[in-house]
Ligand binder design. Structure first.
Ligand code: HEM
Length: 233
């Protein structure tokens, strides 16, 4: 009897620890979030045709402008709703810089600080953007898609050249703002009309074409695209 009670208490204690650790995650991270119900998490919108979209739409409307990310829980799964699309773009271009190396030529000789190395005038320089973007000292767990890395305080704490999808200096991309705006409009208009997912021929991870001078995949990107019913939105 005593043993049963002890076991029961242990199970209850472990369950409590689990729920506590799970459902206080966003509060501990200081991220504004929708308060979850025990065990089932956030339920608003469940039951309607596109409930996941309903829930994320509702969270988005509620927290937009307050923080770049808002939190919610789908059952036990902590889920971030990105309320600032710029974070997604910034992050995507870190993982997939279209031009993965920049070229420069020195117009005067340059001594590399704290070394005896001199780069002579007229030397070609290759700046490995892709490798910089995957440097774990700059971006811990570089394979992880974590838009919060680009929140203002974290971005400002990194070296300005730690992020170079548009290059930098006097010859950087002149279409930077236009390119970002185009991408934002395309993402929004596509996601309003279509749902994207993996299909049988989708390669995960994608195989890159190593012969292409810009970022390109070898066998194409095959996605399943479904039109979604707009009448709910
Ligand atoms: C997401 C979209 C884009 C990306 C990722 C991108 C990226 C880049 C990069 C990495 C460079 C080289 C910068 C350097 O060497 O420091 C560059 C240069 C350039 N980009 Fe873009 N670009 C984008 C969109 C555009 C658009 C929309 C335009 C024009 C409307 C444009 C026009 C240019 C031009 C003219 C240069 C050469 C600048 C120079 O050499 O002075 N780009 N871009």
């Amino acid at each position: 009897m005593l043993l049963t009670l002890a076991l029961l208490s242990l199970v209850l204690l472990l369950a409590y620890r689990f729920y506590y650790n799970t459902y206080t995650y966003w509060a501990r991270m200081g991220v504004p979030h929708e308060r979850p119900l025990p065990v089932i998490g956030n339920t608003k919108g469940i039951g309607s045709k596109y409930h996941l979209r309903d829930i994320s739409q509702w969270i988005y409307d509620k927290f937009k402008g307050q923080a770049p990310i808002a939190g919610m829980f789908l059952f036990f799964k902590r889920t971030a709703v990105v309320t600032d699309l710029d974070l997604i773009k910034l992050k995507t271009l870190r993982k997939h810089p279209i031009i993965s190396q920049l070229l420069r030529e020195t117009n005067e000789s340059y001594k590399v600080p704290n070394t005896e190395i001199i780069i002579e005038k007229g030397t070609s320089l290759l700046i490995p953007v892709h490798s910089i973007h995957y440097d774990p000292d700059l971006y811990p767990q570089p394979e992880l898609f974590d838009p919060s890395r680009f929140e203002a305080d974290k971005s400002n704490s990194r070296h300005p050249f730690a992020y170079l999808p548009f290059g930098d200096g006097p010859r950087n991309c002149i279409g930077l703002r236009f390119g970002k705006m185009q991408a934002k409009i395309s993402i929004v208009s596509l996601l309003q009309r279509f749902k994207f997912g993996a299909s049988d021929p989708t390669e995960i991870p994608l195989v890159l074409d190593t012969r292409s001078p810009t970022l390109a995949v070898k066998h194409g990107i095959h996605l399943k695209v479904e039109r979604i019913d707009l009448e709910f939105y």
